[in-house]
Ligand binder design. Structure first.
Ligand code: NAP
Ligand code: 8YV
Length: 311
C-alpha cells in the first residue's frame, strides 16, 4: 500500500479504484502523515499549497484533475524531482461545447428570450426583441491549443472567419496575429482559451477590450486571471465593450456584483468540463496516472515541465 494525500474532492468511482492500492489521507481532515505521503491527488483549483509540498519530503507524484495546472508550482516540483500529471484531451470537446454555447446564447439573446417566455411577457407585451445572428462572425481564438482547435472545429457549421493568437505560429489555415491587440482589432468575438499563470496574466486588458468594441463579445473559458476583471467591468459599464460571456473569474467562486446586474453578460460557475461523462473521463485519467506510477514509476500524461522526469 502507498500513502496518498487527497486535496479537494474525489468521486466514488475514483475512490473505488484507488483504495486497493492506496491509504487515502484527506488534507481537509487536518492531520496527515507527511513523511509517509508519496502521492497527491488534487485538482485545478486547489493545486498543492507550498507548505504541503514541504511537509511531504517523500512525495513522488502529483496527479491533477483538470488540464490546467497553474495552481501547482511546477518549479518547486521539478526541484524536488516530483512528477506532475494533468488530464489533457479528454475534456476538449466539452469545453469547446461550452465556448460555442456561450457564443450562440450571447448572439441569440436566449437567456432574455427564455425569461420573456417564462414570465408571461410574451402574452402580456408581445414578441421579444430581435437578436443578432451568430453566423458568419469574425472570431479570434486566444490560445489555439487542444481546446482552441476543438472550438474552431465546433464553430465550423456557423461559417466563422477564424483568427488566432499564440506565441508560436501554427501550420493552419486560420489568420495568425502576432499580437493580441492586433487580433482584437480584426475580430468581433474574442474567445480566451490559454492556460493561466504569469505569461497570460491580465493580457486581455482595457486596450484589447476597447479594440473589440461596443459590438464586441468577450468569451472567457480559460482562467479568470487572463482577463483584467476590473477593466472588463468598466468597459462593459461604459459600453466600450459590448458583451461578455464568462465561465471563469479572478477570485472564484466570487463574481463581482457589478457583473451580476448586467444584461449584456452571461455568467457561468466554471462548468466548462462539468458533465458526468467528461468528469468521469477526467477522474479515470487521474487514477490511471497514479496506478501507472506505482506500477512502472512512469505516468501517462505528465505536464510538459516535468516530462523529463518521466523515465
Ligand atoms: P494547450 O493545448 O496547452 O493550449 C494552450 C494554447 O495557449 C496554446 O496554443 C499556446 O500556444 C497558447 N498560449 C499559451 N501561453 C500563451 C500566451 N502567453 N500568449 C498567447 N498564447 C498562449 O491547452 P488546452 O488543453 O487547450 O487548455 C487550455 C486552458 O484552458 C487550460 O490550461 C485551462 O486553463 C483552460 N481550461 C478551462 C476549462 C474550464 O472549465 N473553463 C476547462 C479546461 C481547460 P503557444 O505556446 O504557442 O503560445
Ligand atoms: C475543471 C478546468 O473545472 O481542466 C481545467 O483546467 O478548469 C476544469 O476542467 C477543473 O480543473 C477541475 O478541478
Amino acid at each position: 500500500m502507498h500513502d496518498l494525500l487527497q486535496i479537494g474532492g474525489i468521486t466514488d468511482a475514483m475512490r473505488d479504484r484507488l483504495t486497493p492500492h492506496f491509504t487515502i489521507h484527506k488534507l481537509s481532515d487536518g492531520d496527515y502523515p507527511g513523511e509517509a505521503i508519496t502521492h497527491i491527488a488534487t485538482n485545478g483549483h486547489d493545486g498543492v499549497p507550498a507548505d504541503v509540498m514541504t511537509a511531504c519530503p517523500n512525495l513522488k507524484m502529483i496527479s491533477g484533475y483538470g488540464v490546467g495546472y497553474d495552481a501547482v508550482d511546477t518549479d518547486a516540483a521539478v526541484e524536488r524531482g516530483i512528477l506532475v500529471t494533468h488530464t489533457p484531451d479528454v475534456l476538449n470537446a466539452e469545453v469547446a461545447t461550452t465556448a460555442v454555447m456561450l457564443m450562440l446564447t450571447s448572439y441569440r439573446n436566449f437567456l432574455a428570450d427564455e425569461a420573456h417566455a417564462r414570465s408571461g411577457n410574451w402574452e402580456a407585451n408581445g414578441n421579444a426583441p430581435l437578436s443578432r445572428s451568430a453566423d458568419n462572425r469574425r472570431v479570434g481564438i486566444l490560445g489555439l491549443g487542444r481546446i482552441g482547435q476543438a472550438i474552431a472545429d465546433k464553430l465550423a457549421p456557423f461559417n466563422p472567419e477564424i483568427h488566432y493568437h499564440t506565441r508560436t505560429k501554427r501550420d493552419v489555415d486560420y489568420t495568425y496575429h502576432d499580437t493580441l491587440l492586433g487580433m482584437a482589432e480584426a475580430v468581433e468575438v474574442l474567445i480566451c482559451i490559454t492556460p493561466g499563470g504569469p505569461s497570460t496574466d491580465k493580457i486581455v486588458n482595457a486596450d484589447v477590450m476597447a479594440a473589440l468594441g461596443p459590438n464586441g463579445l468577450l468569451i472567457n473559458v480559460s482562467r479568470g486571471s487572463v482577463v483584467d476583471e476590473a477593466a472588463m467591468v468598466s468597459a462593459l459599464e461604459t459600453g466600450k465593450l459590448g458583451y461578455a460571456a464568462l465561465d471563469v473569474f479572478e477570485a472564484e467562486p466570487k463574481i463581482p456584483d457589478a457583473l451580476k446586474s448586467m444584461t449584456n453578460v452571461i455568467l457561468l460557475p466554471h462548468v466548462g468540463s462539468a458533465t458526468h461523462e467528461t468528469r468521469a473521463a477526467m477522474g479515470d485519467l487521474v487514477v490511471d496516472n497514479l496506478l501507472e506510477h506505482i506500477k512502472t514509476g512512469k505516468v501517462l500524461t505528465p505536464v510538459p515541465e516535468t516530462a523529463h522526469l518521466n523515465t
